[in-house]
Design a protein around this ligand. Structure first.
Ligand code: CUA
Length: 333
């Protein structure tokens, strides 16, 4: 619909058409009642116009059928909008199990993308077509918002928290990306492009940009430099819990609750270790708040994610042949 009129950006992801359909439905409903009300107001104003200033209107008594109609019809319409929106929302929020993972940080005034193989990009993001991609990101300073109009997906970048967006690009080419949250003087310049490539071209791009160290390898080095390895022994007998095969599982805490071990939990445990204390361990770990940059936190998170032995029960297994699997260190410490 409206294909000839450039009202919307290109529909370049698997969910773009669903988002547009819902949006157009809401626009159509709103337009229908908006126009209906306007027409009726004008029509009645003309029809019941009188020149006699002393004339008073007839008294109106309630009408049960009418009142039921104008309660039930809008109720049903809003329920349809709610159910439809919830369906689209959950599909936009829940990435599939097998995604290509990319990290990003927003800072005044640029987006920095970090591939698992170690490649960095600023205000550019290369991705393969037809593959679900999950971007995990945060902000290093103020609120930003990472928006991919052609993929119809957007999320705020919040300092101190991980956000994610996911999409499966369907059209090869360059699409716009930008910051959608006013963040200061050069907010309007916080733009970039996502370059969707054929899988073979993407592989060539990846290998032509070898950075030497993968993100997980960088994390492994930091793990040693920050002396994390002196407490987090792999056999679980250290002062801190073992981190092997933890990602994707869940952790029992000292307060009796259980939390899923995801990126956000790992990040929090690095920066504010006392926030969620693992059952059976003392609150000995120092905070790394302010000592580790967001990019290094991402490297550490990715390193912990790589500490999975084959066959371990994890809910978010990586696709075989994924860069992470190919380059992640198998033998640790
Ligand atoms: Cu960053 Cu606007």
């Amino acid at each position: 619909m409206f294909s000839g009129i450039p009202l919307f950006p290109q529909q370049a992801s698997t969910l773009a058409a669903d988002v547009d359909a819902l949006y157009l439905f809401i626009v159509a409903i709103t337009a229908f009642f908006g126009i209906l009300t306007t027409v009726v107001v004008i029509y009645f104003a003309a029809k019941y116009r009188t020149e006699d200033p002393m004339k008073v209107g007839a008294r109106i008594h309630g009408s049960i059928p009418l009142e039921l109609a104008w309660s039930i019809i809008p109720f049903l319409i809003t329920i349809v909008i709610f159910a439809w929106s919830a369906d689209v929302f959950f599909r936009l929020q829940r990435p599939p199990d097998q995604t290509l993972e990319i990290y990003a940080t927003g800072k005044r005034w640029m987006w920095k993308f970090q591939h698992l193989d170690g490649q960095n990009e600023i205000n550019e993001l290369h991705v393969p077509v037809g593959r679900p991609i999950k971007v995990t990101f945060t902000s290093e300073d103020v609120l930003h918002s990472l928006f991919f109009p052609a993929f119809r997906t957007k999320a705020d970048a919040i300092p101190g928290r991980y956000s994610t967006v996911w999409f499966t690009p369907t059209i090869v080419g360059e699409h716009h990306l930008f910051c959608a949250e006013y963040c200061g003087t050069k907010h309007s310049g916080m733009v970039g492009k996502v370059i969707v490539m054929e899988p073979t071209a993407y592989e060539a791009w990846l290998s032509g940009n070898v950075a030497g160290t993968s993100l997980a390898q960088r994390g492994q080095r930091l793990f040693g430099d920050l002396a994390c390895n002196t407490c987090h022994l792999e056999d679980g007998r250290g002062r801190g819990p073992s981190l092997a095969n933890k990602f994707g599982a869940s952790e029992r805490l000292a307060n009796g609750t259980t939390v899923p071990i995801d990126e956000a939990y790992l990040r929090e445990s690095i920066l504010t270790p006392q926030a969620k204390l693992v059952e059976g361990y003392q609150p000995l770990m120092p905070t790394f708040q302010g000592l580790v940059s967001e990019e290094n936190v991402m490297a550490l998170v990715e390193y912990v994610k790589s500490l999975r032995t084959a066959g371990a029960a994890v809910s978010r297994a990586e696709a075989p042949g994924e860069p992470e699997a190919a380059t992640a260190p198998q033998e640790n410490r």
